[in-house]
Write a protein that binds this ligand. Structure first.
Ligand SMILES: [Zn+2]
Ligand SMILES: [Zn+2]
Length: 252
């Protein structure tokens, strides 16, 4: 699987955009960044978007993508997948014909730009040859991470999470882990309150994994603390850990 990092920051500044991980050009994990990174042809290749939770920095690319598709009058439907609370939030609070049009009915109800796909926690779905399992994590709103497997390879993407339990059993033995680290160590209280990790909290979490993936990619740092977080990760000596940047390309 080829991964293209459209954005991997926990806020927005020049060169730092919210999370979006494009798998093999057609499957997107979180939609914090789409239009700032992909041209029109690339946007139209997206077939599925798996959203971890309803927070704006993980979904805000979806309404704009839908508008771009309809503006060109291309008959292209993007499937937006997530667990019940997330899909409910998108329908009722974002593309609700108030903040933005309901692209689940546009351009026509028969051929909408967006179709919603409700997932059940820990129930694997197969799409386009990928086996994808949502696993609950710990955040301020209902949130999941995803196991993504194809062709004997597999990785886990956490989305946003604080210290958590269930997902670590799924991470064990995979090829790669993309895990959030939002705040530096001295902001541990803020991290816990807001459902995020620091380098030190992450090091503690990784002890819960029986067989650690050999590659660990870190996402969602607050750009204001990027250098501090990078230094703290290095000081902790987390084996195989690498802080991602927007535009990175990975192979799993
Ligand atoms: Zn969040
Ligand atoms: Zn976030």
């Amino acid at each position: 699987m080829k991964l293209r990092v459209l954005g991997c920051a926990g806020a927005e500044f020049p060169g730092f955009h919210p999370p979006g991980f494009l798998v093999d050009d057609m499957l997107l994990l979180d939609a914090g960044t789409i239009g700032a990174a992909l041209n029109e042809v690339e946007q139209r290749q997206i077939r599925y978007i798996f959203v971890t939770h309803s927070h704006l920095d993980h979904v805000r690319g979806i309404p704009v993508l839908a508008d771009n598709l309809v503006a060109r009058n291309v008959r292209h439907t993007v499937h937006v997948a997530g667990c019940h609370d997330t899909i409910f939030a998108l329908r009722s609070h974002l593309m609700n014909d108030v903040l933005w049009p309901d692209f689940n009915r546009l351009p026509t109800p028969q051929h909408p730009a967006i179709r919603y796909m409700e997932l059940l926690p820990e129930q694997e779905v197969m799409v386009e040859g990928y086996a994808i399992t949502p696993v609950p994590v710990t955040h301020t709103v209902p949130a999941v991470g995803y196991v993504v497997r194809k062709g004997g390879k597999g990785f886990f993407y956490t989305g946003d999470t604080g210290p958590t339990e269930r997902m670590w059993a799924y991470v064990s033995g995979l090829d790669a882990l993309i895990v959030e680290v939002s705040f530096p160590n001295d902001m541990e209280d803020v991290a816990i309150t807001t459902g995020h990790l620091t380098p030190r909290l992450l090091a503690g979490e990784l002890k819960k994994v029986a067989i650690l993936p050999s590659r660990i990619f870190l996402t969602h740092p607050k750009p204001q603390y990027f250098a501090v977080i990078e230094a703290e990760v290095a000081a902790l000596g987390i084996r195989g850990a690498e802080l991602l940047r927007d535009g990175s390309r990975l192979e799993v």
